[in-house]
Design a binder for this molecule. Structure first.
Ligand SMILES: Cc1cc2nc3c(=O)[nH]c(=O)nc-3n(C[C@H](O)[C@H](O)[C@H](O)COP(=O)(O)OP(=O)(O)OC[C@H]3O[C@@H](n4cnc5c(N)ncnc54)[C@H](O)[C@@H]3O)c2cc1C
Length: 272
């Protein structure tokens, strides 16, 4: 709402710092209002930290096709200006500068756990829980702030998605109510979506930039495809652009332990 209020003051030029999901969605929303957008990202591709460079490149191309001035591999040195001057100037690490009416910085979040220091809970980029969401006897954590070992992926994770917060909250409540010996592990396949322009991006699973990636349906050129991410012989993620049904199917298959070999074998025709 704050960003919208700034845009409605007649902003013509927006600089978005950080091409993660927040930055990418803000950029798309600004372009829908016909506002000029420069998006600045120090990594080689947008969303590379989450999707890897190949899929990040595709999303970057979608933004460029919609008129975003995408500056990759550069950071921000400083921002000059303020309320008392006409506009802002964003100075970039490559020596260039960009004029802006509004600057939106979307560079990640930090769990707010300072108030728990000294409480006896283990804190490490969030509240550390066991596999059942228990942080200490009688204490559970859920949502963005909770870090727990997800047995489905063999990985200690912290997930920042809305649906996850709801599901983990319900699981944590059941954990508090569970009788001794009846607590069960929380083992979800994380899932989220992001709407950018007329594209709906959906990701199920837990992917890393180093995973093997294979397009299994549609095509990158059509900006409508499904890609699988594989690691250690298993399918660990499914990414779809405007192919929602596939992600639902693969999310269930990942929960059931779909192997990479089986996933590729069932393709028709087989993926190259
Ligand atoms: C700009 C933005 C866009 C997003 N878009 C998406 C999206 O499209 N899809 C998606 O899946 N996710 C999205 N997310 C992530 C999603 O919002 C979070 O994953 C979700 O809100 C997490 O819920 P939560 O209850 O764990 O934490 P929060 O929603 O952050 O709620 C935590 C609450 O605890 C309060 N609190 C903090 N400390 C204390 C304290 N000491 N005492 C009492 N209260 C306290 C906070 O004020 C806050 O109200 C987005 C996040 C942001 C910031």
């Amino acid at each position: 709402m704050a960003v919208r209020a700034h845009l409605e003051t007649g902003a013509q030029r927006v600089v978005v710092v950080g091409a993660g999901f927040i930055g990418a969605e803000v950029a798309a929303s600004c372009r829908a209002r016909d506002i000029a957008v420069t998006m600045v990202e120090p990594l080689p591709q947008p969303l590379a930290r989450v999707l890897g460079e190949d899929m990040g490149r595709v999303i970057g191309e979608v933004h460029v096709e919609h008129g975003v001035d995408l500056r990759l591999g550069v950071g921000v040195d400083r921002i000059e200006g303020g309320d008392d001057v006409d506009g802002l100037t964003v100075h970039l690490s490559d020596g260039s500068s960009v004029a802006a009416d509004v600057v939106v910085v979307g560079i990640g979040v930090v769990p707010n756990t300072a108030w728990l220091e000294g409480s006896g809970l283990a804190l490490d980029d969030g509240v550390v829980c066991d596999a059942t969401t228990l942080a200490a006897p009688g204490v559970v954590a859920a949502g963005d702030v909770a870090r727990w070992p997800n047995p489905l992926f063999g990985e200690v994770m912290r997930v920042e998605h809305w649906e996850h917060a709801v599901d983990m909250g319900a699981h944590a409540a059941r954990r508090l109510l569970a009788a001794d010996g009846e607590a069960v592990a929380y083992a979800p396949v994380p899932w989220f979506w992001s709407d950018q322009y007329d594209r709906k991006l959906q990701l199920a699973g837990r992917v890393r930039p180093t995973d093997e990636v294979r397009i299994v349906a549609g095509s990158v050129e059509d900006r409508r495809f499904t890609a699988l991410y594989g690691r250690g012989g298993m399918v660990v993620g499914a990414l779809a652009l405007n192919m929602p049904a596939r992600v639902v199917k693969y999310r269930q298959a990942i929960a059931n332990g779909l192997t990479w070999v089986d996933a590729v074998a069932t393709l028709d025709p087989p993926a190259p």
